[in-house]
Ligand binder design. Structure first.
Ligand code: AQP
Length: 328
C-alpha cells in the first residue's frame, strides 16, 4: 500500500490555508493510503517559543487534527519529539545536504528576514524535515505549495545518500500538491501566503474562528477597485484568492466560478458562507474533544509506538549503511 507522511507545526493557530492545502486531504485520503501524520514540535523550536505555550499548542493541534477528521484507528498520529529517531536521522541528513542547498531555501530567507534571532536550527530545519519523511519509507508527501522546495530537497538528499552508501537505503518520495487550495493567500495582503507566524489577524481565517468573525474577515478582504470578477493571480490576486477559497471549499474550479459573479459583494458573501459551513463540523467536534485531553494523549502515545517501530528500523538501516558501528 502506498504510504503517505506529512506534518504540521504547532507554531500558532491552524488557519484555512493549512486546512485546505494539507489537512483536509490527509483526512480524505486516509482510507486509501497508509497514512502517518505528525505534529512537528521540534520544527517549532527553530524560532524561540514560550515553553508553556508550545506544550499547550502541541496538544491543541493534535486535538484539532482529530476534530478535522483524522481517525486514530485508521492513521498514525503522533508528536515528533516522542520518536527520537527523527533527531537521529536528521544528523545524517544534515551531513548529506550541502550548505549551498540549505542557503537556497526560500522559507529560510523569509523567516530569517522576519526574526531578530536566527537559530542554526532555522537554517538546518529542511534536513530535519527530510529525516521526518524518509524515516517512514514514504511514497507520497501531501503538502501545500510552500513546501514544494523542501520536498525536492528531501528527494535530492535521499538520492545522494543512496548513491554514497551504494544501495537503496532510503525511499525517494514524491510530493502531492492539491490542484486547488495549494496556496491560500492572506486576505489583507494577497501577495503573502496565509501563515501562522505572520502577524495579520484580519488576513488570516482560523479554523476555530466563529462564523461571525469568518464572515467579517472575508467580507473585508482586499480586492481592487474595478469590480470585475476574473481568475488572474498576477493581476487580481485578492479576487483570485477568494475564488480559490470558494473553489476549494465547494469542489469547483475557481476559473469557472468567476463566470457566476459580476460583483465582489456576492462573491465574498458566498465564500464566507462556504467556509463557515466547511468548518462548522470541525468546530463542533473540537468543542467535544477540548475538555478531554486524556483521550488525545492516549491517541498520541499509541501513535508514537506505531511510528517508532518503522522509524527505528529505518534509522538502524541508515546508520549501518553510512558506516556507523552497530552497538551489538
Ligand atoms: N497558505 C497556505 N495555503 C495552503 N497550504 C498551506 N500550508 C501552510 N500555509 C498554507 C500547508 O500547511 C501544512 C502545514 O504547514 P506547517 O505547519 O508545516 O508550516 P508552514 O508551511 O510554514 O505554514 P504556516 O502556517 O505559514 O506556518 P509558519 O508560519 O509557522 O511557518 C503544510 O503542508 C503547508 O504546505
Amino acid at each position: 500500500m502506498t504510504r503517505a507522511f506529512s506534518g504540521i507545526q504547532p507554531t500558532g493557530d491552524v488557519h484555512l490555508g493549512n486546512y485546505l492545502g494539507a489537512v483536509r486531504r490527509w483526512v480524505d485520503d486516509q482510507h486509501d493510503v497508509d497514512s502517518i501524520f505528525c505534529v512537528v514540535d521540534l520544527h517549532a523550536l527553530t524560532i524561540p517559543k514560550d515553553p508553556e505555550v508550545l506544550r499547550s499548542k502541541t496538544l491543541q493541534l493534535a486535538q484539532l487534527l482529530v476534530a478535522c477528521g483524522l481517525e486514530p484507528e485508521t492513521c498514525t498520529l503522533f508528536v515528533q519529539s516522542h520518536v527520537p529517531e527523527h533527531s537521529g536521522l536528521a544528523w545524517l541528513m544534515e551531513c548529506t545536504a550541502s550548505f549551498g542547498e540549505l542557503s537556497r531555501m526560500v522559507q529560510f530567507k523569509d523567516k530569517s528576514d522576519r526574526n531578530d534571532f536566527v537559530s542554526a536550527g532555522l537554517f538546518t530545519y529542511p534536513a530535519l524535515q527530510a529525516a521526518d519523511i524518509l524515516l517512514y519509507d514514504t511514497d507520497v508527501v501531501p503538502v501545500g505549495d510552500d513546501q514544494r522546495q523542501h520536498i525536492e530537497l528531501a528527494r535530492d538528499v535521499a538520492t545522494r545518500f543512496n548513491n554514497r552508501c551504494g544501495s537503496d537505503v532510503l525511499v525517494v518520495p514524491e510530493h502531492v500538491i492539491p490542484p486547488v487550495g495549494a496556496r491560500i493567500m492572506d486576505l489583507q495582503n494577497p501577495g503573502d501566503k496565509m501563515s501562522k507566524s505572520l502577524d495579520s489577524p484580519q488576513g488570516t481565517v482560523l479554523v476555530l474562528d466563529d462564523p461571525k468573525t469568518i464572515e467579517k474577515k472575508i467580507k473585508r478582504a482586499v480586492t481592487d477597485t474595478d469590480n470585475e470578477v476574473r481568475f488572474d493571480v498576477a493581476d487580481k490576486p485578492g479576487v483570485s484568492n477568494l475564488l480559490s477559497i470558494l473553489g476549494a471549499a465547494t469542489g469547483r474550479d475557481p476559473e469557472a466560478l468567476a463566470d457566476d459573479y459580476e460583483m465582489y459583494g456576492p462573491l465574498k458573501a458566498d465564500t464566507a458562507e462556504a467556509v463557515v459551513e466547511l468548518l462548522r463540523p470541525v468546530q463542533q467536534r473540537f468543542a467535544d474533544l477540548v475538555d478531554d485531553p486524556a483521550t488525545t494523549t492516549q491517541i498520541l502515545s499509541t501513535g508514537a509506538a506505531k511510528a517508532r517501530e518503522i522509524a527505528s528500523a529505518t534509522l538502524d538501516r541508515a546508520q549501518r549503511a553510512v558506516g556507523l558501528l552497530s552497538p551489538s
